[in-house]
Write a protein of this length. Structure first.
Length: 311
């Protein structure tokens, strides 16, 4: 009996293990991306050049998909197409500019940390979606965490970090708009990535190409290649595929519950790479926002609903 029961158990464990590994790889990519972008915009390359690498690589690798989909997919519509495109070149330029002011440890809670907040607010205000108690509590913690990070910099710090905070929150809002546009677009994840990558590449080409040529002429081939790998391949292609795999194997809520790891990982990686150590207010804000993202993901709400149906 035990031998006969073992294979199904093993078959159930393997997809879950694959999902958790994919989720861990995804948040690692997000954390490395945040630190690498912060390093590039403060040391080597302008945002337009990095954006060209970020979208040029996936645009090239996904050209067979965009060729079939076309620049103007049927049934997409102008507003949904604009919402999708907002997560491309506009999102990247706003976020990259914000990273010039805000330390890497603060990027996590202010960008991926507030993305679910903006998704929920837009869903509530525009589409009438309802929120559970756990998610509302999570959003409250995120807001308090953001206030700890941004409020201190706005009131007491004179380094202009508040400008980065505003820009990062604006980028998170654009991602919230993209999320709802994508849900209603009828496109697959790879189709959306191909479409956004191609349009963003075309938009950034006249601005990023001269900067990229100058960087290569200044002997910055190494940083350019590194950013092409991190931005284009890992963030632009591998991150999209791995996150989709995590959602397929674990479900959206459980996959999203892993996202706070990127906040912590980015702060840890930034210490040796960028020599950026968060102050006490930022550490409190990062902790609160991390717990808030876990609650806002809905994983506890789903567990509670399952428990109530069983009793």
């Amino acid at each position: 009996m035990s031998d006969l029961a073992y294979p199904p158990s093993q078959a159930q464990t393997r997809p879950a293990l694959t999902g958790w590994l994919a989720a861990l790889a995804t948040v690692t990519i997000w954390a490395v991306w945040a630190v690498a972008t912060r390093h590039a915009v403060t040391h080597d390359l302008p945002p337009a050049a990095i954006g060209l690498l970020r979208f040029g690589v996936p645009a090239l690798l996904l050209i067979p998909i965009s060729w079939r989909t076309g620049l103007f997919p049927k049934g997409l519509g102008f507003r949904k197409g604009l919402g999708l495109l907002g997560s491309g070149a506009p999102f990247f330029l706003i976020v990259a500019l914000g990273m010039q002011f805000a330390p890497a440890a603060e990027i996590g809670p202010l960008l991926p940390g507030t993305m679910p907040l903006f998704v929920a607010l837009i869903g509530w205000l525009v589409f009438g979606e309802r929120l559970g108690r756990f998610r509302i509590a999570g959003f409250a913690l995120i807001l308090i965490g953001v206030a700890c990070i941004g409020g201190y910099g706005l009131l007491f710090a004179g380094n202009g970090a508040w400008r980065g905070h505003v820009l990062l929150l604006s980028g998170a809002c654009l991602w919230g708009i993209y999320t709802h546009a994508y849900r209603r677009s009828g496109l697959s994840a790879l189709q959306a990535a191909a479409l956004i990558g191609l349009w963003s590449f075309l938009i950034l080409l006249p601005f990023g190409a001269p900067s990229l040529v100058r960087a290569l002429g200044d002997g910055l081939a190494g940083p350019v290649i590194l950013q092409a790998v991190v931005q284009g391949f890992f963030s632009g292609v591998a991150g999209v595929v791995l996150y989709g795999l995590a959602v397929d194997r674990l479900g959206a809520s459980r996959a999203a519950a892993v996202s706070p790891l990127s906040i912590v990982m980015a702060a840890v990686i930034a210490v040796p790479v960028l020599d950026e150590i968060p102050d006490r207010a930022a550490l409190i804000g990062i902790t609160l926002a991390t717990f808030g993202v876990v609650l806002a993901s809905g994983v506890f709400s789903r567990s509670a609903s399952k428990g109530s149906t069983r009793t």
